[in-house]
Write a protein that binds this ligand. Sequence first.
Ligand SMILES: Cc1cc2nc3c(=O)[nH]c(=O)nc-3n(C[C@H](O)[C@H](O)[C@H](O)COP(=O)(O)O)c2cc1C
Length: 176
Amino acid sequence: MDSRKFRNALGQFPTGVVVATARTPNGELIGMTMSSFNSVSLDPPLILFSVHRGTLSFAAWQSVSHYAINVLNEDQEQVSNRFARAGGNKWEDMPALTSPSGVPMLPNAAVVFECTSHARYDGGDHEIFVGRVEAMHEHAFTRGRPLVFFEGRYRQLASAATAHAPPPEAELLHGW
Ligand SMILES: Cc1cc2nc3c(=O)[nH]c(=O)nc-3n(C[C@H](O)[C@H](O)[C@H](O)COP(=O)(O)O)c2cc1C
């Protein structure tokens, strides 16, 4: 498998961008930008993301029982870059909100999923983390325009005016 070709092919699949955030058992704040976030199950409510085994914070991610998935808005490119840099204190001068269960969360995220660690699976050079969603925090005033990652670059959704009209009799496309 030509890994460059494989990466380029994967880049044809647009994703959103999230920052996973947590506090380790010894009190350190960690955070990582990820595009591997996805939904898994509605009942129970499960999500997943995968963490590269080579990241400096990999062992710290394995140690946490709670974390938050912060879905970034289109104006949070700098936040994405800050939490994508290896090492250093990614939280320096960054205000953290704290959930009732003590999980650090980013202000102004489109939506935050507060999770408990449900399972971890082997994913080759990554480990797949499955989280159970315990609470959601939505900031109505910032909602609606997510940061998009496509072909290795940040993108913005076109305006709502160019979106396809919803099917008249169904509110959800094919039931989704
Ligand atoms: C848009 C974007 C998406 C990313 N997605 C992932 C991902 O899904 N999994 C992952 O392990 N790293 C991903 N990364 C890279 C990590 O953010 C980066 O390696 C990490 O922050 C390094 O942290 P460290 O200090 O633990 O080494 C992504 C980076 C960017 C810019």
